[in-house]
Write a protein that binds this ligand. Structure first.
Ligand code: NAD
Length: 504
């Protein structure tokens, strides 16, 4: 084998453009080295706010995927033999090194996704560091003492959490490093080695993570990264015979393709998919806090969070007052330059995505909806080529309308009136999705009762996106399969083996 190549099929070391230079060409990260991809194909990385190109991402192929999987496979046995606490120490080292880059993470994420810098700092940078630290602590705590065991009269059963093997970790563009770190930390913490495939729209902080992992000196091959699109890189990764598990976060249609590729060879599979979540507002809610909470749930990250409350159901007694206050609250949000500290709403991820969202607003008009607020924001000339849409509120649609049941994944919400608790639950469940939801009421008993009848994986009462990392995260119906988060992540990223010791 050519010593310059990291595997038989060949990937050569690449000269990285210095961080901060623009436009930058990114490299794959395989077997502890930044390497070139095997094709001549690149995709421009554009700033959503301005449309300007600031990087190019490799469009990798099956050859690159083969290289990365083979590096991961080679590294797995020795990594898997480390103790849980040794691997937890590595997670802490990564957390410390990432924390030193807190502002770089926030700035890169804001530029790459178009989200406000304040949000990128408070949510993306914060959670990326927290994910590594949280799983380090949880793994230490869970596996410090005696192994889980079950005594019989004449035998002892000991449960050994073994690594699964090589993991494929595939992530979307809305919360790039937040979601990648949510997978990498428990996956390697439990002894697996991984190949990451971040979204081709937002590759910058995945590159930063590889740089960080390289700096801390993580054993080579434990974390590998292949850039590229779904067809060229994602698909060969999910169907690769040496990949033992796939953790995928993205759209429902893509999730179905991933499941079809992974199932015939019985890979362990976790799918975190789309959502069309209801915010249910009862007559007895605290109006001010509810308007604030429902506005945040509707439009955080320009409505591009899988958990966003994009259907707002309001009980008839307060419907008119609530709608007035809600529209005022939405119109007071500051939209514009993502790098401005006071900005609350930024740009949408891409021109194609903006067109999709706009087409839903047009469809709403055809379906008989009334646009209560929305349109295009008036912005300085620098942003004329960006992907902008003001937060849009639509009333008057049937609860069966496409805009009220399909995932739009943008700053567009529909608002509906209901009379009774039962009707609210029926409307909330009237969609193929089942990810999350929120209930707003001063009666916590009612809040819990309603929450339990909603067919989703998560419901918040009088709050939204209030996350405790120990809790299960995931959806039902078309929102996914399986749970991650806390001990559910540790379970997914390991295989419990039972050893039964017969006593004399
Ligand atoms: P997407 O499905 O288009 O892409 C997600 C990832 O899959 C990307 O890295 C993409 O390159 C890759 N991919 C595409 N085709 C593939 C294939 N055939 N095989 C393997 N990989 C493939 O999703 P997106 O547009 O990046 O993200 C938005 C979607 O993600 C929304 O539907 C949103 O609800 C969902 N999402 C869900 C969660 C959750 O936790 N449930 C969180 C965030 C986003």
């Amino acid at each position: 084998m050519d010593p310059d190549k990291c595997c038989e099929s060949g990937c050569t070391p690449c000269e990285r453009d210095p961080v901060g230079s623009e436009p930058r060409d990114l490299c794959n990260y395989i077997d502890g080295e930044f390497v070139c991809h095997s094709s001549e194909q690149w995709k421009n990385v554009l700033q959503p706010a301005t449309g300007e190109r600031f990087a190019r991402v490799p469009l990798s192929t099956r050859t690159d995927v083969d290289c990365a999987v083979s590096a991961a496979k080679k590294a797995q046995p020795s990594w898997g033999r480390l103790s849980h606490s040794e691997r937890a120490d590595w997670l802490d080292k990564i957390a410390d090194a990432l924390e030193a880059k807190y502002e770089d993470i926030a700035a890169l994420e804001s530029k790459d996704t178009g989200k406000p810098i304040s949000l990128a700092r408070a949510v993306d940078a914060y959670r990326s560091v927290a994910n590594f630290r949280f799983f380090a602590g949880l793994i230490r705590e869970t596996y410090a003492g005696q192994r889980e065991h079950f005594e019989m009269e004449d035998a002892t059963n000991i449960v050994v959490p073994k690594p699964v093997g090589v993991g494929a970790l595939i992530t979307p563009w809305n919360l790039p490093l937040y979601l990648l770190s949510w997978k990498v930390a428990p996956a390697i913490g439990m002894g697996n080695t991984v190949v990451c495939k971040p979204s081709e729209f937002t590759p910058m902080t995945a590159d930063l993570l590889m740089e960080t992992i390289h700096e801390v000196g993580l054993p080579k091959g434990v974390v590998n990264l292949v850039h590229g699109d779904g067809l060229g890189a994602g698909s060969p990764l999910t169907s690769h015979p040496d990949v033992d598990l796939v953790s995928f976060t993205g759209g429902t249609a893509t999730g179905a393709k991933v499941a079809a590729a992974a199932s015939p060879i019985f890979k362990k599979l976790s799918l975190e998919l789309g959502g069309k979540n209801a915010s249910i507002v009862f007559d007895d809610c605290d109006m001010e806090k509810t308007v604030e909470g429902v506005t945040r749930a509707a439009f955080l990250n320009q409505g591009q969070v899988c958990l966003c409350g994009s259907r707002i159901l309001v009980q008839s007694g307060i419907y008119d007052d609530f709608v007035d206050s809600f529209v005022n609250s939405v119109e007071s949000m500051k939209i514009g330059d993502p790098s401005d500290e006071s900005t609350q709403l930024g740009a949408l991820i891409s021109a194609e995505h903006l067109s999709k969202v706009e087409s839903y607003v047009e469809l709403a008009k055809q379906e008989g909806g009334e646009i209560l607020t929305g349109g295009y924001p008036c912005l300085p000339k620098d942003f004329e080529h960006g992907n902008w849409l003001a937060p849009t509120v639509i009333s008057g649609l049937s609860v069966d309308a496409r805009c009220a049941t399909e995932e739009i994944f943008g700053p567009v919400v529909t608002i509906h009136r209901f009379e009774s608790e039962d009707e609210a639950i029926t409307i909330a469940n009237n969609t193929r999705y089942g990810l999350a939801g929120s209930v707003w009421t001063s009666d916590l008993e009612k809040g819990q009762r309603v929450a339990e009848d909603i067919d989703t994986g998560m419901v918040w009462v009088n709050t939204w996106l209030h996350r405790d990392l120990r809790t299960p995260f995931g959806g039902v119906k078309d929102s996914g399969v399986g749970r991650e988060g806390g001990r559910w992540s540790l379970g997914f990223f390991s295989e419990p083996m039972n050893i039964c010791l017969k006593h004399d």
